[in-house]
Design a protein around this ligand. Structure first.
Ligand code: 0CN
Ligand code: SF4
Length: 327
């Protein structure tokens, strides 16, 4: 039986916002500041309910497709990236676009373009229907086959098994992806690897941290939205790494009393699209249930930052110049 007299929280680090999410959210905020509301955003800027609600309150309008944006208006492309077809559709409507695609997603797009140019078949490991996968596959639809899971591998047919390369979505489980690659290589021994990791540093770091604390936890709470791939993966990784139970929640109010029967140690982490305030609320809610001791479990330090999208930088510069001439 766990010792429930010493209730404690293990707080994973790194957790929460990554550099790409930070940049995308600031891009929408700056666009609102510079140009006023409304600013249209194609799809959720990042997959987090709270972020989307907060930006909506400030004048962002989230749409599913660019044909819902009025002709000539300003639209931000989300952190998950877009296919060339979406860029073309926006151009057709004379939209002013701001591209908040994470540079680490753009890197995968460039790999896809290059491999398609060399006439290779790209086995894109990722979840069909996820915006990032739609965007990356859309760079080379004729050359891309989506591989959803290790179980998908047996049924794959490729035009030339000697000329295949794999790429992946940035926010997958590292272990499951390696298993998919292992099976792919079994079927296609000539399979080529991507030039560098596609699963991004933030996804990897958050999984390493949760792996470290999970074996000590009776319960791991992951803060993140249901459509956030990297957040959902953290629940799976926690369970695979020894947590007795794990739940994903959007906010502290979703915590349920029945989760705490016989629980002494609670792990807490959050996905790459989750603002820290939501984690703070969870830690407070746990303190109110007697889990007052908080220990941080840190496995890496992150200091990566991306410059803002070039359209925003240009607008900020123009504003600055305007101010200087008026002064
Ligand atoms: O939660 P996110 O917005 O997206 P996924 O984990 O669903 O891909 O996190 C930011 C990731 C990106 C791109
Ligand atoms: Fe970029 Fe990774 Fe963050 Fe996605 S999770 S926005 S790929 S840094």
């Amino acid at each position: 039986m766990p010792d429930t007299t010493t209730k404690r929280v293990l707080l994973a680090a790194p957790r929460g916002y990554c550099a790409g999410v930070d940049r995308a959210v600031i891009a929408v905020e700056k666009a609102l500041e510079l140009h006023g509301a409304p600013i249209y955003v194609r799809k959720e800027i990042v997959h987090n309910k709270y972020v989307v609600e907060t930006l909506s309150e400030r004048g962002a309008i989230f749409v599913d497709e660019t044909d819902q944006v009025p002709e000539g208006a300003r639209v931000v492309f989300s952190a998950h990236g877009v296919s060339p077809a979406v860029r073309d559709a926006a151009e057709q409507r004379n939209l002013l676009t701001i591209d908040a695609t994470c540079p680490l997603v753009t890197k995968v797009h460039k790999e896809a373009i290059r491999f398609a140019r060399d006439e290779r078949t790209i086995l894109l490991i990722g979840h069909a229907g996820h915006e990032e996968v739609e965007g990356t596959a859309g760079e080379a639809p004729e050359h891309t086959i989506i591989v959803n899971s290790p179980e998908d591998v047996d049924g794959l047919e490729v035009p030339d098994p000697e000329n295949v390369v794999w790429l992946s979505q940035t926010t997958l489980s590292v272990d499951e992806t390696m298993e998919t690659v292992r099976r792919l290589r079994e079927r296609f021994p000539a399979l080529q690897d991507p030039p560098s990791d596609d699963i991004c540093y933030a996804t990897q770091n958050r999984q390493v941290a949760v792996k470290k604390l999970a074996p000590e936890c009776d319960l791991v709470i992951v803060v993140g939205s249901a459509n956030s791939s990297n957040s959902v993966r953290l629940v799976e990784v926690a369970l695979q790494s020894g947590a007795r139970t794990s739940h994903r929640i959007d906010r502290a109010t979703e915590i349920r009393d029945e989760w705490f029967d016989g629980v002494a140690t609670v792990g807490v982490t959050s996905g790459a699209s989750v603002p820290e305030i939501l984690v703070r609320d969870v830690v407070e809610a746990l303190a109110a249930r007697g889990f007052a001791t908080v220990e941080e479990v840190r496995t890496a330090t992150e200091d990566l930052m991306f410059s803002l999208p070039r359209e925003i930088r240009a607008d900020l510069k123009a504003k600055e110049a305007e101010r200087a001439t008026r002064a």
